[in-house]
Design a protein. Sequence first.
Length: 495
Amino acid sequence: MHEIQHLIDGHTVAGSSGCTGPVFDPATGEQTAKVSLASAAEVDAAVASAKAAFHEWGGVSLARRTKLMLAFRNLVVDNSDEIAQRLTAEHGKVLDDARGEVARGIENIEFSCGVADALKGTHSEQASSGVDVYTVRQPLGVVAGITPFNFPAMVPMWMFPNAVACGNTFVLKPSERDPSAPMFVAELFQEAGFPPGVLNVVNGDKVAVDRLLEHPDVKALSFVGSTPIAKYVYASATSHGKRAQALGGAKNHMVVLPDADVEMAADAAVSAAYGSAGERCMAISVVVAVGGVGDQLVDAIKIRMEKLVVGPGTDPGSEMGPLITKEARDRVAGYVQAGADAGCEVVVDGRDQAFDGDGFFLGVTLLDHVTTDMSVYTDEIFGPVLAVVRADSYADGVQMIRDNPFGNGAAIFTRDGGAARQFQRDADAGMVGINVPIPVPVGYHSFGGWNDSAFGDTTMYGPEGLRFYTRPKVLTSRWPDPSTSSVDLGFPRND
Ligand code: NAD
């Protein structure tokens, strides 16, 4: 069976640990490949390569970095379809979603092509007589990224293009569930002409992550994944003296006010809850129906759900694919049962939909009259399950968001500008949408939640990403009085 290997020092390297993990096609349930799981020694080899590459790469001109990044961007654009196909084959998302993922990744590469402008420092002339003070931002050295299964191409592209454009070298540890797409992107990066070792990929699991966390030559670590692992990674990385940013899970609320355009809100709820089988950290998983809007909204969502086509991601007619693994599918189905047992109304039960074959499919579920003590409300389900909570007022809706430990995204649907503006201030979340259910920032802003959805003080990509991947150096210089110069400077000046 085909084995997905590592990319170290510019070469594909066979795993030597003797450990592998299975990779499935979630649409058929078949194992299609195995992935090498790196040992600590293999991680060390990748870090050593990155460290050696940093000696030169850290000093390469901004012009050359930009040219190479543009070449990489063009290769990713030219190979978008191939990347999307790999995403669908191992993640299961429908091809349109996969293409969207690649497009959002490209945005981040494009942002990093502008690093020459974005990294300009600041300069204070004549801070004191004859004294200038200026700040430059310098790269950190070897930095690492650990990424989740749900955006296997995009999330790495949130990280390494900016890190490398800033002059760092990078070690990526992608999710072991769907490693082919990030490996292919890394091969394109190599093909663009970057020197060997600037980007290394080690496939692996906890063993590889733990080695990156403790490795003395890894200066900073970016993580995206579930909250418990994000907390662990952040605590461990910082205890080893590293700079760290760790984005975690989510439970995103969409508040629908009585004056909202219900058809628009229902369209948004369905695409944001069930797109990519709900396996998005910005998925809407709770709709808060305020006042009397609940019945009409639930009806409108239900009508749309009946038309939603669930099937293999490669089928152009499919709007939603399978879940990532059989275990994930069964876990999500267990939540639907827990909701029913807890007394909420199961308006549409995804378990009722039958599918041919052994794919990890589950139909879409809508739960109404969910209360905040139920596990379907408190837990991140990460599947195609939407919970509707009824609230008496706007204030109750905002309070729910504040009481929820997560704080990734939040959205409001209303026609009232004053209510929308108030929500911008009130929502206890890092990314807020006004009549936009999934407010993922464009590549020249930055992405990150609050509270249990993110650990560390910088968010990811955009200007915050550049701040994370560089450290400031402040220079203070004084030169002798120009009147004493051996060159005739024609003093006095300033006339
Ligand atoms: P995960 O936490 O299981 O895995 C993420 C990464 O951590 C993987 O590379 C994995 O190999 C590694 N890992 C897993 N267990 C580990 C352990 N015990 N020790 C060390 N490393 C470990 O997450 P996932 O299931 O791949 O992804 C889904 C989760 O990611 C969801 O919770 C989702 O909300 C979250 N997510 C968050 C964002 C965000 O921006 N906030 C974006 C995408 C996904």
